[in-house]
Design a protein around this ligand. Structure first.
Ligand SMILES: Nc1ncnc2c1ncn2[C@@H]1O[C@H](COP(=O)(O)OP(=O)(O)O)[C@@H](O)[C@H]1O
Ligand SMILES: C[C@H](O)[C@H](O)[C@@H](O)C(=O)COP(=O)(O)O
Ligand SMILES: [Mg+2]
Length: 472
């Protein structure tokens, strides 16, 4: 009898529910529901519409009935760092404020008045992004200390969605690592950091690893759906699940390409050396206590915003064709400049940058798109050079996974620029990683190694090579 696991993968731009099963030793996916995700303004803050997200999840679960399928388990992954706080009755005390909100402006610098930057990095190994949970909580402490004092439960976004399904509170390890409040070595909440910043450590929950069976659905949801499911924790940080799906993990660099581009390697221990700090690499927790040594690059968020600025009149594939037609345009921007984190108008921000740096100013949608893609490749190359400097070796290939691996122009540009083989796929890497984590817990798949072998033979992986230099 076929066993099904249901993955819920919610990224910053879209969410999807995907059923997974093993058929003839291959993983089979069936996307049953997809929905848009975006920030909404609530009061003075940008937030996630967490109630709509949960209703989309329930809508997707109910579609299983239309297929006559009762999945054995469900697991939810989303973006990192964001959270909600609950009161003693388990009710929401806060909105799900989004990491791009400006409430953390200046907070990192204030935290460094209490804890040295180097100390934070040595204990947590986490990159310095202004939106990390530590700075969001510090902002709350300054502006709404009464909320922090009342809070009894701290749940990150996937934790909260699992709580809504099961009534059980837990903090999953891979996402907890992104907060910059988890000690990279003890894998526990770092009491010294919390106490030094005066953040109530009692609200943090027990850390649970991926592959943990958290519990079952609340009885009223069993009634509503018509079936029960186990809630099994995947790597609830979406990039943690995505990296599980990288088919060629040994000796390769991956780029999880979606709203963000997360570029890095898998490692068995945290690398907290000065050079990693200076280059702002992170050591996010992975499955089986591996580490995701990676760097955030602004990613396809930029083209998502450009698309919005042009009233969504162009598809992503049309932007690629428009960029190809603008082949003579060569201005680039530093994509990791915080000015691109949440500009009022991305097109204008890119144009202002080019004026300020004395470059040709992009005017057409094609020139803007080409500038974004060329700038991303430039940033990828810098990060690859930094990784190879830190590891003191050259990596032969790059694996691009996630929705962005469909941008074949970007894939070819990277192959040409690095002379490395670029492998593209699987597209739904995050959901696949989520599903295999559930199957490992259910015993449907033996372990991570078997999962990766199964993934490699189950999905199309396209190869992009540098063109031979015929002049030689
Ligand atoms: N057909 C396509 N051609 C080129 N790029 C694409 C295509 N489809 C999706 N993309 C890129 O993939 C991105 C979305 O990737 P995805 O992994 O779904 O994002 P997230 O998980 O962050 O919501 C889009 O922003 C877009 O740039
Ligand atoms: C804010 C974090 O850096 C972000 O969540 C990143 O880690 C991530 O996982 C983004 O995933 P997307 O699928 O939204 O690109
Ligand atoms: Mg994603």
């Amino acid at each position: 009898m076929t066993r099904y696991a249901l993955a819920v993968d919610i990224g910053a731009s879209s969410g999807r529910l995907i059923l997974g099963s093993v058929q003839q030793e291959k993983l089979e996916l069936n996307e049953i529901h997809r929905f848009e995700n975006k920030m909404i303004k609530k009061g003075q803050h940008y937030c996630w519409d967490i109630n709509r997200l949960f209703s989309e999840i329930k809508k997707g679960i109910k579609k299983c009935n239309d297929l006559g399928i009762k999945p054995e388990s469900i697991g939810i992954d989303t973006w990192a760092v964001d959270f909600v706080l609950l009161d003693e009755n388990g009710e929401l005390l806060t909105d799900a404020v989004a990491y791009r909100d400006d409430r953390t402006d200046g907070m990192m610098e204030e935290v460094f008045q209490n804890i040295m930057k180097e100390r934070l990095y040595l204990e947590t190994g986490i990159q310095f992004q202004k939106f990390n949970t530590i700075y969001q909580l510090y902002s709350l402490k300054k502006t709404q200390s009464e909320v922090l004092e009342k809070a009894k439960t701290f749940l990150m976004i996937p934790d909260y969605l699992h709580y809504l399904l099961s009534g059980i509170s837990a903090n999953e390890y891979t996402n907890a690592s992104s907060t910059q409040l988890l000690n990279a070595f003890t894998k526990k909440w770092d009491k010294t950091i919390l106490d030094t910043l005066g953040i109530n450590r009692e609200m943090f929950q027990e850390i649970k690893k991926p592959n943990t069976i958290l519990g079952n659905l609340k009885p009223e949801l069993v009634e509503e759906f018509g079936f029960d499911m186990k809630i099994i924790l995947p790597a609830t940080h979406d990039t943690g699940s995505a990296v599980i799906s990288v088919p060629e993990l040994n000796e390769t660099i991956y780029i999880s390409s979606g709203t963000w581009s997360l570029i890095g390697v898998e490692n068995s221990f945290p690398i907290c050396v000065t050079k990693a700090l200076d280059y702002n690499f992170t050591n996010e927790g992975g499955i089986d206590y591996r580490f995701r040594f990676l760097k955030n690059i602004m990613g396809l968020w930029m083209i998502q915003e450009v698309r919005r600025n042009y009233q969504n009149q162009y598809s992503f594939s049309e932007f690629v064709e428009l960029a190809k037609a603008a082949h003579d345009f060569s201005s680039t921007v530093n994509v990791n400049d915080n000015r691109f984190l949440k500009p009022d108008n991305m097109v204008e921000e890119i144009q202002h940058y080019c004026v300020e740096t004395g470059q040709q100013v992009p005017a057409t949608p094609g020139e803007i798109a080409k500038c974004v893609y060329d700038s991303l490749v430039e940033s990828y190359i810098t990060a690859i050079d930094e990784i190879e400097e830190i590891f003191e070796k050259s990596f032969p290939s790059i694996n691009i996974i996630g929705g962005g691996c469909q941008n074949e122009m970007l894939n070819q540009l990277l192959a040409e620029a690095t002379k490395k083989d670029v492998y593209a796929g699987p597209i739904e890497a995050t959901a696949i990683g989520n599903i295999v984590s559930q199957f490992i817990a259910l015993g449907e798949v033996e372990n991570l190694s078997e999962a990766r072998q199964m993934i490699k033979k189950s999905f199309e992986i396209k190869t992009f090579k540098a063109t031979e230099d015929v002049t030689k």
